[in-house]
Design a protein around this ligand. Structure first.
Ligand SMILES: Cc1ncc(C[n+]2csc(CCOP(=O)(O)OP(=O)(O)O)c2C)c(N)n1
Ligand SMILES: [Mg+2]
Length: 546
């Protein structure tokens, strides 16, 4: 068999459904091998878009998303997506081409050492130097990408290897279960939780990866212990749950930090130090139990005293069976904090001012999204508002990146979400800055006939940096720009462009967009003038008063 055919067969055997990317001449054998394959090629307009789509496919399915590029410039364009997958623990496999390795063809033309470039950004990176090794290398790349903690893997398939003949056979996936935590660690944890006074549960990104939602919901119901979530832990448990205190969108000085100050034990489920810390450990302060698939990466502000390492669902189920709710537990302070925060979160939801204020925007988006609707956020200051104010109802319905926190991923990740869940409502939410970083993928979305709403929050500036600039006491300088006419821009792609002209028209317009097939771009002028006052000062001051 030809090596490139074997490569594609190996990917088919891994269950790969799509390859996102842009082939170059060095990938033409592989491309040709895809012609008769069950794997669908999704051609994009930039490798970064392909990488973000593959990573999000991996995030939503647990199976590595696969992307493809040529050597040199194609591969360097994948670098940000590699970091996105690696930091965000999203399983992804990148395949890049290379000039022939056995006989040089064109000197050093277009050649960079892609394997070395990918090393700090991946769990596994390898140049295939013999066709007979393809089955093992593909398997190993997938094992690395998908195994806990998931991340990026990379394989380079040089042009002369891709057309070799080989009689090697595909290696099928190994069957295994994720190991379970030891009885000792479960017993020690039960003891710690039962003897705490004010235990508090924190749910992080890892709990969104596998199916921990039902067991965690039962754990919280049976124990009555209140919980908070990190940005990437949103939705593991329905945030309308009466024991949900709030989201750690801000690192410090929010209402829920009053609860964190009061706890003596944090039960930290699925946390990952890559997320902005939702709390800071201090010597002599509260203790932390780390419940996760892998042991905690230690950091100056994170050094849990107890680990429960193994399948999260299994650990939680066993803890639920073993823990007896204690008379001595006292959650009154937590519930006081919740009452204050809940009241504050209602402020501004019907604010009629225009351009729109973020609180109204978040409330209106929530109104048009069903429980299973997915919002995919790019990076900008609105991410804080959505993390804090948007209540997620089910797992993986708020796709935000609190790991690499890159701009430019909102649109591609929404597209991947729509491909994985064609029957659900999906909305990309982007700043005018982040959207423009990968806006060329509008063409891909239109070509794929995706039903998608792309919300652009227009402040004609890098608003998030303006907000930080104000917070640090600097003058307003150097962060404003102009924009294309987004309505005409969308229309030129064959999408449908819309502009919001009053606060009251946003929700009905979004509803209409979801009812008309196709890609809809909705430009929403936003007023960020209160971000500094509210996020930097008011929350801090008000939370100190409770
Ligand atoms: C690729 C990349 N470049 C720069 C940054 C730093 N950064 C974070 S948010 C931001 C501004 C975002 O502007 P925009 O997308 O318009 O959103 P806004 O905050 O204005 O709503 C910048 C420059 C980043 N996170 N990622
Ligand atoms: Mg902006």
């Amino acid at each position: 068999m030809k090596a490139s055919d074997l490569f594609i067969k190996a990917l088919e055997s891994e269950g790969v459904e799509y390859i996102f990317g842009i082939p170059g001449e060095e990938n033409l054998d592989l491309l040709n091998s895809m012609k008769d394959s069950s794997i669908k090629l999704i051609l994009t307009r930039h490798e970064q878009g392909a990488g973000f789509m593959a990573a999000t496919y991996g995030r939503l399915t647990g199976k590595a998303g696969v992307c493809l590029s040529t050597l040199g410039p194609g591969a360097t364009n994948l670098v940000t997506a590699a970091a996105y997958a690696q930091l965000g623990a999203m399983p992804m496999l990148m395949i890049t081409g290379q000039k022939p390795i056995k006989a040089s063809k064109q000197g050093q033309f277009q050649i960079v050492d892609v394997v070395a470039m990918m090393r700090p950004l991946t769990k596994f990176t390898h140049q295939i130097s013999s066709a007979s090794n393809i089955p093992a290398r593909v398997r190993e790349a997938m094992r690395n990408a998908e195994g806990e903690r998931p991340g990026a893997a990379h394989l380079e398939l040089p042009e002369d290897i891709a057309c070799e003949e080989t009689d090697a056979k595909v290696i099928v996936r190994s069957q295994f279960d994720i190991p379970h935590a030891s009885d000792n660690s479960i017993s020690a944890t039960v003891e710690m939780i039962e003897s705490a006074q004010h235990p508090l549960i924190l749910i992080g990104a890892g709990a969104n990866r596998k199916y921990a939602c039902q067991t965690l919901t039962a754990f919280i119901k049976n124990t009555g212990i209140p919980f908070i979530s990190t940005q990437m832990g949103k939705g593991v448990i329905d945030e309308r749950n009466p024991l949900f205190l709030g989201n750690a969108a801000l690192s410090a000085n929010d209402f829920l930090h009053r609860a964190i100050e009061h706890t003596d034990l944090i039960i930290n489920v699925g946390h990952d130090v890559v997320e902005k810390p939702p709390f800071f450990m201090e010597q002599g302060g509260f203790e932390v139990i780390h419940i996760n698939y892998v042991t905690a990466a230690i950091d100056p502000v994170y050094y849990p005293q107890q680990g429960v390492i193994g399948d999260i669902g299994n650990s939680i189920e066993r803890l639920t069976r073993r823990i007896t709710p204690q008379q001595s537990w006292d959650f009154s302070r937590f519930m006081e904090v919740k009452a204050h925060l809940d009241r504050r979160l209602l402020e501004g939801i019907d604010d009629d001012r225009f351009p729109l204020y973020p609180q109204r925007l978040v409330a209106d988006v929530r109104k048009v999204m069903p429980d299973d609707g997915i919002i995919a956020l790019d990076n900008g200051v609105y991410k804080i508002w959505f993390a804090r104010n948007y209540k997620a109802h089910i797992p993986n319905t708020v796709l935000l990146d609190n790991a690499l926190a890159t701009m430019g991923a909102g649109l591609p990740s929404a597209m991947a979400a729509k491909i994985v869940h064609p029957d659900r409502r999906v909305m990309a939410i982007c700043g005018d800055g982040g959207f423009m970083m990968n806006s060329q993928e509008m063409e891909t979305a239109v070509r794929l006939k995706l039903d998608l709403v792309v919300l652009i929050l227009r402040d004609d500036a890098y608003g998030m940096i303006k907000w930080k600039q104000a917070n640090m006491g600097f003058d307003d300088f150097g962060l404003d720009y102009g924009n294309p006419d987004f309505v005409m821009y969308a229309n030129s792609y064959g999408a449908n462009g819309h502009r919001v002209t009053s606060a009251g028209s946003l929700a009905p317009l979004l509803e209409m967009c979801f009812n008309i097939p196709g890609v809809h771009l909705v430009e929403v002028p936003v007023d960020y003038s209160e971000n500094d006052r509210i996020l930097n000062h008011e929350i801090n001051e008000n939370s100190r008063l409770i």
